[in-house]
Design a protein around this ligand. Structure first.
Ligand code: HAM
Length: 392
């Protein structure tokens, strides 16, 4: 579904490698937790310092620098990522994401296109309780000015911050805004906002993005405290949360602009924007909203074999080859145990092969709902099963 949505908008599939040179991920910002605490990095046999990817944007940018495709370069990806976290509901050490990245376009209309794709994906899944928060962090200069303002504000109020936030302040003052701790909220609510530092060109860009989202009827909430966890963001940043999730981790996806990341990886000055949606949390949200029916793992036919040999084996394969799902019992268990297994399997029909049947080249067909069993000729197996399945 994701592939269909994004390929219809001109995004091509890319498979970033599962691990990269550590340096690629250090560009996520040496103060970000993903880098300081959560990286699975190690030295390989050749002494190279490598890391399992904690996300895929940096790899996409590295690939861009290496291969220099023509711009706009619009790609999508899917696959696992690794972060050394304390595992809990919705926060895993291995988790899956789908995402898109668009490189080489500064136009605010692409910001809205990218966000619109995520909105469409969630809506197509059937999710209704998804909220979009959006902010602009300004350009590089704005962001630095803002970080300085925040640093002096939080330093002046340090005694009112929790010890955890004080530690964050020393590393990255912007991230203090992300604290969900109740004790920090009073100080955070009085902190300066990015709006005080944002340049007029960044402001214009942001307004154009909002206007383009309005044109798509995308609903959003402007949140000037949204900074997000990765350091590469500039200007547009956004996050999707599910109000159906009660756990601490309600963010089901997020993204933004990372103009400057390609340059940091040794490429030419290139604009970039994208998002990644966390599939594990998205599925939790689907469960919470009852979006999917319980998966039906029942097979059509269960083969009960009381004689051993290859009959049950051959019959099971013949059924599957003819598009009829089939399971069977193994290890020549008792008839009673096999009938129990047939019952548990949820199969509509049990096929029973006994010594008499084998001799007469017949098989007993028992519809599980009625139990009114009858013999069928071995050669008519497929047509008889199809007939019986249709009368169900
Ligand atoms: P992120 O916010 O770090 O952004 O991750 C995106 C989503 O991945 C989160 O909203 C969450 O749903 C999911 N996620 C992150 N960590 C975990 C975890 N430990 N367990 C389960 N789910 C998790 C990025 O990764 C950026 N690369 C997004 C991006 C693309 N920005 C621009 N382009």
């Amino acid at each position: 579904m994701f592939a269909r949505t994004v390929e219809a908008a001109g995004y091509g599939y890319i498979i970033p490698p599962m691990f990269e040179d550590l340096d690629v991920f250090l560009r996520l910002g040496e103060a970000t937790e993903v880098v300081t605490k959560e990286m699975y990095d190690f030295h390989d046999k050749g002494g190279r310092h490598v890391a399992l990817r904690p996300e895929q944007t940096a790899s996409v940018c590295r690939a861009f620098v290496e291969h220099r495709p023509t711009t706009p370069w619009k790609v999508w990806y899917a696959g696992p990522n690794f972060r050394y976290e304390k595992p809990q509901q919705g926060r895993y050490r291995q988790f899956d994401q789908v995402g898109v990245e668009a490189l080489g376009v500064d136009d605010p209309l692409i910001d809205a296109e990218v966000i619109g794709l995520a909105v469409k994906f969630y809506a197509d899944l059937g999710l209704r309780k998804v909220q979009l928060a959006i902010n602009s962090l300004g350009d590089q200069g704005d962001r630095e000015k803002f970080a300085q303002k925040l640093a002096s504000f939080f330093s002046a109020n340090e005694n009112k911050l929790t010890p955890d936030s004080r530690a964050t302040l020393a590393r990255n003052p912007l991230r203090v805004l992300d604290s969900k701790r109740q004790a920090d909220q009073e100080v955070i609510s009085a902190a300066p906002t990015i709006l005080d530092s944002i340049s007029s060109s960044s402001r214009k860009h942001f307004e154009a993005v909002l206007q383009a989202l309005d044109a798509l009827n995308v609903r959003y909430e402007i949140n000037n405290r949204l900074v997000r966890g990765l350091d590469y963001y500039r200007r547009t940043t956004f996050e999707f949360t599910s109000t159906a999730l009660e756990a601490a981790h309600t963010a089901i996806g997020g993204g933004g602009r990372y103009d400057g990341l390609v340059e940091a990886l040794g490429g030419p000055s290139t604009a970039g924007i994208g998002f990644a949606l966390g599939l594990d949390r998205t599925l939790l949200a689907c469960d919470a909203e009852n979006v999917f029916d319980a998966p039906n793992t029942a097979v059509d036919v269960f083969v009960v074999d009381t004689v051993g040999g290859l009959s049950a084996h051959e019959i099971s394969h013949q059924l599957r080859d003819n598009g009829i799902s089939a399971d069977r019992a193994y290890d020549a268990r008792s008839m009673k145990a096999q009938m129990k297994a047939a019952d548990r399997s949820g199969a509509k029909i049990a096929l029973i092969i006994g010594p008499e049947e084998l001799e007469n080249t017949t098989i007993i067909l028992r519809p599980m709902s009625s139990g009114d069993q009858y013999a069928i000729a071995r050669k008519d197996l497929i047509s008889e099963i199809n007939k019986a399945l249709k009368t169900k």
